[in-house]
Design a protein around this ligand. Structure first.
Ligand code: CAA
Ligand code: NAI
Length: 709
């Protein structure tokens, strides 16, 4: 036994408890401790059966991911070594019953599969989420899971990474019983039922493995699906290969194949990037000048001003988290429109099976629409989501200052405006903060939390915690124009326009980026959001552009022609009634004509150049943001791009990607673009510094506190 594992007796049943907070990961010492406890309990003649349970709220969240980093960085040799321990548990002559509460994920579920019986509380989540880290199960999961649930479901669980709940797990044959009430008591009672019965080892089962004839179409369909859905990614294909090995090879040979495929994934750039994303997403809530123990403000009731696209979406987010919300607009028609959109979005979720009708009805009861501020006085926090103009925001914040109770948080969902200027219209700038949700707010995980110059630490800490409660990844950013995400997006979409103006077809620009891994191409994104949005921003902020810098012009012309994107049926592409895009020959003609009129030489542009110019424009602006302190860490920028802008997690985010290419190489390419295309490509000083010093963005630490404007 080790410090992480202890065992006690409840008469004839041994209860082995795994205690490795916070999530009972299988860190070094944990698997060894389980095996030692099993051996001790087995040798106690009064013990008839064993129960394995996790301390705290959860069973086991998997292998210790930090150990993977040690392996791939050369700090540790060998392998994680869980597999051999699981064989020992499975070989126990006395029945071992696993009692699962909370999470049984990755290696945690593999431990459970190696035990003889599994019971679970109704809140249990059982999954093989390794693909989220760019790897596959590595402790026999690809071999035992198909033996328990069948090939098709094993493929689904291992390629999507989605966990199943207790009821579904019971239907699948993954667990033997759902325990109502006290889990440990239920597991002990179950253990008494099975004590003395013959041991069943999962690895010796083959009844659900299917025949080659049955499996061939399943594997073919799974591979076809993985090719389409997980473009460029290696781990889903590896998971399918490993499961296929389970159907063709004896268990031990199948495990060897799993190990080979696991290592292939683990040592890939993709997995390193995804593991970086995992830790970066958790790092974002750690703010150097805000202690972990900072007291939080209670947020039990919320209010929202503006029932439009964003206000309605944010109301859904609050309701989904069980927080009652008052939603205000200026006239009944606007409120009706807002509520109708909310209802339509919920109806869609019911149709897609995401929510039940009853669940939605409960959520809708939490949203109260109103035309007055009466309901606001009892709210702990308000989020303003009215039109994006400073005079209106100022007027609304002056009103909020009057009606909201003392200590309430006053947040703005502005995407471009200065939080400090908004805060200055109130008597309590310390309570004012930006909460920049992304559209559609009820779907997108990203939330930029914008720190004003005077925003209090309690308010920041509360908003970071609230983000988690709302199911968002909240990233604290400084108060600069466009904050972090949109500030970087600006040069990215501008460069896409330059590429088109120089001769690349819009489809070629988008396709190059989609092939590289972006969820959508930049021009298609423009069409989706409406080209008029960036048009207005370009016009409003033109005076802030560097004098003499090249400006894109084609998109402005499209807007002036009424081609605003999907909503007008035409933008960079044309759209049918179902909003399906197709190339528009009119556009290619216009682009050639406009380029000729402007004296712009057009040429063939390779996909490689498109990708470099697009991704490096993100990196260069990201480097400035980091250096100026508007983002605390390179990982924060990566988290923003992966969660809000469709950047592929398997490339780690723009800053991580730049580190993998090498800051020196990126600097050299950007310097070449600078010479060729002019001042907009001036390399960021931090990039130059890293290129010279051999440093990386990941290791860059800014000395000063976070900048706010
Ligand atoms: N290894 C190491 N640390 C882990 C971990 C793991 N498997 N899972 C979570 N943690 C750490 C987090 O980094 C975080 O640390 P800090 O507090 O220092 O930031 C802490 O535990 C709490 O995690 P969360 O903030 O994520 O807590 P949560 O309650 O929101 O979520 C969770 C809990 C659902 C378990 C989530 O942490 C999670 O998804 N973890 C990863 C699960 C996973 O991918 N397991 C498979 C691992 S690979 C494997 O097992 C391969 C194999 O076959 C052997
Ligand atoms: P919208 O035009 O869909 O909705 C604005 C709503 O505010 C309308 O219903 C309007 O009637 C209401 N309104 C205007 N003045 C009001 C007042 N004085 N009191 C109460 N209600 C009032 O706008 P959208 O897109 O929802 O944007 C709202 C805010 O969110 C803006 O600041 C915008 O920049 C920001 N944002 C928008 C995103 C988007 O993709 N649409 C993404 C992120 C932020």
């Amino acid at each position: 036994m080790t410090d992480f594992v202890r065992w006690t007796k409840q008469q004839d049943i041994a209860v082995i408890t795994i205690d490795n907070p916070p999530v009972n990961a299988l860190s070094p010492g944990v698997p060894e401790g389980i095996v030692a406890a099993v051996a001790e309990a087995e040798s106690d003649r009064s013990v008839k059966a064993l129960v394995l349970i996790g301390a705290g709220k959860s069973f086991i969240a998997g292998a210790d991911i930090k150990e993977f980093v040690k392996l791939t960085s050369g700090q540790r040799r060998g392998d994680i070594g869980i597999l051999a321990h699981l064989l020992k548990i499975e070989d126990s002559p006395k029945p071992v019953v696993v009692a699962i509460q909370g999470n049984a994920l990755g290696g945690g579920l593999e431990v459970a599969q190696a035990c003889h019986y599994r019971v679970a509380a109704s809140d249990a989540r059982l999954g093989q989420p390794e693909v989220n880290l760019g790897i596959i199960p590595g402790a026999g999961g690809t071999q035992r899971l198909p033996r328990l649930v069948g090939v098709e479901r094993a493929i689904e669980m291992c390629t999507t990474g989605r966990p199943v709940g207790a009821t579904e797990a019971a239907q699948l044959g993954l667990i033997d019983r759902v325990v109502a009430g006290d889990l440990l008591a239920g597991a002990v009672a179950f253990a008494r039922e099975v004590a003395g019965k013959p041991i069943r080892k999962t690895r010796e089962r083959s009844d659900r493995l299917g025949t080659p004839e049955q499996n061939a179409p399943i594997f073919a369909a799974a591979r076809e699906n993985a090719r389409k859905k997980y473009r460029n990614q290696i781990c889903q294909m590896a998971a399918i290969d490993a499961i296929e090995a389970a159907t063709r090879l004896p268990f031990d040979k199948g495990c060897q194949e799993e190990r080979r495929l696991f290592d292939h994934c683990l040592y890939s750039e993709q997995s390193k990037a995804q593991i970086h994303v995992f830790f970066a997403e958790r790092e974002v809530s750690k703010i150097p000048d805000i202690p972990k123990e900072m007291p939080l403000l209670a947020v039990d009731r919320m209010a929202i001003v503006g029932a439009g696209t964003m206000g309605g979406g944010i109301a859904m987010v609050c309701a989904n988290a069980g927080v009652p919300v008052a939603l205000k607009d200026t006239d009944p028609a606007a409120l009706d429109r807002g509520l109708a959109t909310i209802e339509k979005n919920y109806a869609m979720s019911v149709k897609r099976g995401r929510f039940t009708r009853e669940y939605v009805d409960e959520r809708l009861k939490l949203i109260k629409t109103t035309l007055s501020y009466d309901d606001f006085a009892s709210a702990d926090m308000v989020i303003e989501a009215v039109f994006e103009t400073m005079p209106l925001k100022k007027q609304v914040f002056a009103e909020l200052d009057r009606v909201m109770k003392k200590g309430a948080i006053l947040a703005s969902n502005t995407s471009t405006l200065n939080i400090d200027e908004i805060a200055a219209t109130t008597s309590r700038p310390e309570s004012v903060i930006g909460m920049h949700f992304f559209s559609p707010a009820n779907v997108m995980r990203l939330l930029e939390i914008v720190r004003g110059r005077r925003t209090s630490k309690e308010v920041i800490a509360t908003c970071l915690q609230l983000a988690r409660r709302l199911g968002k990844v909240g990233v604290l950013v400084g108060n600069c124009r466009g904050f972090v995400g949109n500030r970087m997006f600006l040069p990215y979409i501008r460069e896409a326009q330059f590429l088109v103006e120089e001769g690349a077809a819009p489809e070629a620009v988008d396709q190059a980026l989609v092939d590289w891994g972006m969820a959508m191409g930049p021009l298609a994104v423009g069409d989706l959001g409406g080209l008029d949005v960036s048009y207005r921003i370009r016009k409003e902020y033109r005076h802030l552009e560097k004098p003499g810098a090249r400006q894109p012009f084609v998109e402005d012309r499209l807007v002036e022609m009424g081609r605003l994107g999907q909503k007008t049926g035409a933008g960079w592409y044309k759209y049918d009634a179902e909003r399906r895009a197709s190339s528009d020959p009119e556009i290619s003609g216009l682009l050639r004509k406009w380029a000729a009129e402007s004296g712009l030489a057009q040429r063939q542009i390779s996909a490689e150049e498109i990708v470099e110019r697009e991704i490096y424009s993100l990196v260069n602006e990201g480097a400035r943001i980091l250096e100026e302190g508007y983002a605390l860490r390179a990982g924060d920028i990566d988290t923003i791009y992966v969660n809000g802008y469709g950047f592929p997690a398997y490339r780690g985010g723009p800053m991580w990607y730049a580190d993998t290419v090498g800051p020196k190489k990126v600097y050299e390419r950007i310097s070449a673009f600078h010479r060729q295309h002019g001042m907009l490509w001036e390399p960021a000083p931090l990039l130059e510094e890293l290129a010279t010093s051999g440093g990386t963005f990941a290791n860059f630490q800014r000395a000063a506190a976070q900048a706010t404007d």
